[in-house]
Every structure is written in C-alpha cells, then in structure tokens.
Design a binder for this molecule. Structure first.
Ligand code: 3UK
Length: 502
C-alpha cells in the first residue's frame, strides 16, 4: 500500500476536514438519538477543540483523559483532541477508580473529559492535581461548546507527533500505555480496511468494541471516516440488541469479538440481516466452530484478524475466498510476520513458535521496561504462539504463556475449546492447565451450558468422549467444571487467569 503522508500531518484534519469538504451532507455518525453529517461532525469537533484550547487552556502535547461509552459525542471528543494537537488517553468504561488513577498518573494527564454517567468512579480516582482542576463532564462540555465558534483550524502537528496513548487491558501488573503518532492513525486506515475489508463509502459500520479499545477506535470511527462511510455508535449492546441494530440501521460491516458472534448465531434467524456483507472478528481466537455456525446462520464468511494495542490494529487477516479454515490469514499488505523459536531464530512451516511482526506501526510503550520484551531487532513479539503453513498462512495456537504442558505433551487450550464448542450442550468454554502432581498440568475445561442442558456426571463423560473422538485423546479435559458465565474483559477476551485462580 501507498503509505506516504506529508511530514506535517494532523490526522483529524485529514479524516474530517477533507470529508466535510468533499461530502458535507453524508451521514458521518449515528448514535442512539442523534445523527450528524460530516459537516455537523466537523462543527462539533471544532467547538470541542475550541473549548480545549480556549477555556481549558491546554497546549500542544498536553494529554486529555477521555471516559465515555461509545457515542457520537465521545467520538467527537477524541477527534477534537487530535485536531487540537493534544494527546488522547481514552479509557475503558468499566475501569474502576484504582485503574483510572494508575492510567491518569502514568500518562500524566493534564485534563479530563468524562461522560456524566461515568463520573462517580473517576471522582474516586487519584488524579494529578492539574487534571482534577481541569475536568469537564460531557454536560458541562456541551454547555461550553455553545459559546464557542464552530470553526477551528487544525493545529499544525508533525506526522510523528504522538496523538494517542492507548492502554492495554493487561491482565497483570500496571497497565501499559502504547504511544501512536498521527501517521499511525492514517496507516491503519490505509492497511486492513483497504486491502482486506475493502470498505466503501456506502458502508455502514456497527459493532461493540469501545472506542477506548483500538479495535473499536479503528473499526467504528477511523475506518468509516477515511472512506466517507457512516459509523453507528451505540452503547451497552447485547447480542440481541446488536442484531436488532444491524437490522434497523441496515448496517453492512460489523466489528465484534468471537463470543458475540457465537451468541448472535443462535438468535440470527429472528432478524433481517440481509444488509450485512462483512463481519470482522478480533480480540481473541476465532474457533472454526464459531466461523461455521455464523456462516450457517447468515451465509457470511467471517473476517478474522489479529490485532494488538501495541500495533494499533489488525496485522494478519483474510477475507472472502482467501480465508483458509483454522487460519487467521496472512500478513496484511504492509506487514511482515514470521515464527521464531526460543532463541529468536525463524522456524519453518508446521512448527509452533513465537509470532513476530514488523510493519508500518509498532510498539512504543510509554516509560516501560517491557519495551525490550516486546520489540526484538525491530520485530514485535505479541506473546502469541503461532504456526505458519507452506503457503504462508498463519494459525493461532494459544498465548505463549497459556500453552498447557501435560505429561510432556504440549496442548493448546483453544484447540480443545474448538472441539467442545461443537457439542450441542456447550454455549461457551474455556480450557486451561491445572497444576497436577503426576502430569505437571492437566487439561481443565470450564463450560457454560446452553439452555435446556443440566450438568451431570453423564454429561461430563459425554463431553470427554466427544473430545477424544475428534482430537488426540491425550488432549481431553480430565477435569470439567460447569459455570454460569465465563470471566471476560470488556474487549471480549477470556480471563484465563481467573479460571486458574478459582
Ligand atoms: C489476541 C487474537 C487470536 C492476541 C486488538 C484487533 O485484541 C486486540 O488488542 P489487545 O492489545 O490484545 C492483543 C492480543 O489479543 N488476539 C487479538 N485478535 C486475535 N488472538 N486471533 C485473533 N483474531 O493474543 C493478541 O496478541 O487487547 C484486536 C484490533 C486492535 C486491537 N487492539
């Protein structure tokens, strides 16, 4: 892909001002209540930018913590921060005071914009004094916007000025902040969406990932703006309300996590999903069983893609007839990937090793010694165990740390999960290694049953047999536990450590 941008670049100016000039009357963003054309979005963004640089007295390079569920106003705040030459620090809506305080201090934020409904938790957080004094709720922001001009000239930033600090949903330790430039924002718009998704101006994007998660920021805001399409931003979506919204909004592109697709597949026949042409899955591995049930329910071939906060968006993926069952896909044009052994040497086809990625975006942690663990000779080590085939397709096996070693066998939990998901009684499942004196670890499955099934020793035996019939018998779960729900992050990732700690 052509990834040439001028050395002076403000990504919001490029995404927004150009769109507002070229197609002012097209719908840019729809929310639960409001609908903004490109011209209106630009005006909202410009008013917010004027608040930021006027009454809030922020200066180029200052950092603004943002907190809100997906909505047009939240989107406008992020764009305004970019346009005003500031740095956005978006935070996940479900974070608690302790985590918010850690992020605010790590990123040394100078100001805060927070949705009214999420203010209480932030009020309880320890913020840098200056940021505490320079906080606005969305209601207060809107009151101030009314007094501001609807025109703001984008601050003349450099393509490699930081505009975004995105925090990883780290399962352990202090969250890691990853820094991204104005250029990186354009790069992700010009890689995956162009070469794999092939998004168009007529597309209507919808989905669940929060804008504070770069999967959502790209898929539900930046990508649609880049091609003049429409972004639908709704909060608190459930599998059922997302299906309803796809129907009523006539959405064409859906972004969500595998667990949502699994639950939607069961309900899909009650909705008219004929508008939908693309369904993108990311955040965790897409089991083949889920790909198949979604295909049966909708006729659509899902677009699986692995992305990471460190790399900003998706770097391995495949769509349409390029999809190979069980594989995530091939490196997105612009990116390279390879598999390394423990010494850091490349391994050949068919050997499991550590995934390494190089491309136009990459990991830049904010003051964190873990930078050395993630980047080796310019290659980003994502922490995933992958395998490549002779044709260059990449197959996810597990997180590097999650590989189960039982009686000398290496077992990838997701492979066992894929089998269990094919059983009619299983709605959701998570497979981990449980410490065992004799075998080192044993395979343990945590299963959520579908409605109409009840746990019993007979069902446990049946599930164990079911696994043994389909994959090497040593991979079968010697222990099966039944749960009402699995612990997941806001981004749809299974929290395996919570299953282990049980
Ligand atoms: C895992 C996947 C298998 C993998 C993300 C799309 O998930 C995103 O970013 P995070 O920083 O997590 C990164 C890690 O998540 N993962 C993500 N997608 C897949 N594993 N198949 C997949 N398709 O372990 C990776 O290292 O939260 C995803 C776009 C932007 C993102 N930030």
């Amino acid at each position: 892909p052509e990834l040439q941008y001028p050395p002076r670049l403000n990504c919001a100016a490029l995404l927004l001002d150009d769109g507002a000039r070229a197609h002012p009357e097209r719908i840019a963003i729809r929310g639960a209540q409001e609908e903004w054309t490109y011209a209106q979005l630009r005006q909202q963004v410009d008013r917010i930018a004027n608040v930021l640089r006027g009454p809030m007295r922020l200066e180029t390079g200052n950092r603004v913590l943002l907190r809100g569920a997906n909505s047009p106003l939240m989107a406008a705040c992020i764009l305004a921060v970019f346009k005003a030459g500031l740095i956005a620090v978006p935070t996940m809506p479900l974070l608690r005071a302790r985590e918010l305080g850690a992020i605010a201090n790590k990123a040394q934020v100078n100001a805060v914009l927070c949705a009214d409904s999420l203010c209480a938790e932030l009020a309880a957080a320890e913020l840098p004094a200056a940021a505490r004094a320079n906080s606005l709720t969305f209601d207060a922001l809107q009151a101030q916007m009314a007094d501001q001009s609807a025109h703001f000239d984008a601050v003349d930033t450099s393509a490699d000025d930081v505009c975004l600090i995105s925090f990883t949903s780290g399962t352990t330790g202090v969250p890691k902040g990853t820094m991204h430039f104005h250029r990186d924002v354009m790069v992700i718009c010009d890689c995956f969406p162009r070469s794999v998704l092939q998004s168009q101006r007529s597309d209507i994007f919808i989905g669940t990932p929060p804008l504070a998660f770069t999967f959502g920021l790209g898929g539900l805001l930046l990508f649609p703006l880049r091609v003049g399409a429409t972004a639908v931003l709704l909060e608190k979506l459930t599998p059922e309300t997302l299906l309803k919204a796809i129907e009523t909004q006539r959405a064409t592109v859906c972004f969500t996590a595998p667990t949502f697709y699994r639950q939607m597949a069961v309900l899909a026949d009650r909705f008219d999903l004929s508008s939908l042409t693309k369904s993108v899955s990311a955040g965790e591995a897409l089991p083949l069983a889920t790909r198949e049930s979604w295909r049966q329910a909708t006729g659509l071939t899902m677009i699986d893609g692995i992305g990471a906060t460190e790399l900003l968006h998706i770097f391995i993926s495949a769509a349409g007839d390029k999809v190979r069952p069980g594989a995530t896909g091939k490196p997105v044009p612009g990116y390279q990937a390879c598999i390394l052994d423990h010494q850091g040497n490349p391994v050949g086809a068919g050997v499991i090793g550590r995934l390494a990625v190089k491309g136009p975006t990459g990991c830049r942690y904010l003051a964190d010694e873990r930078q050395q663990d993630y980047v080796l000779n310019g290659w980003n080590l994502t922490g995933d165990a992958y395998e490549m085939d002779a044709d260059g397709y990449f197959y996810y096996r597990s997180r590097t740390d999650d590989m189960i070693i039982s009686a000398g066998y290496n077992i990838a939990g997701p492979e066992v999960e894929d089998v269990l998901l094919r059983h009619p009684a299983v709605a959701e499942c998570g497979v981990i290694g449980r410490a065992d004196e004799e075998r080192g670890q044993i395979v343990e499955a945590h299963v959520v049953l579908r409605a109409g099934f009840a746990e019993s020793p007979a069902l446990t035996a049946q599930l164990q047999e079911f696994v043994k019939e389909q994959i090497a018998p040593y991979k079968y779960p010697r222990s099966i536990k039944f749960l009402k729900a699995l612990p997941r992050t806001e981004t749809g990732k299974l929290q395996r450590f919570k299953l282990r700690d049980e």
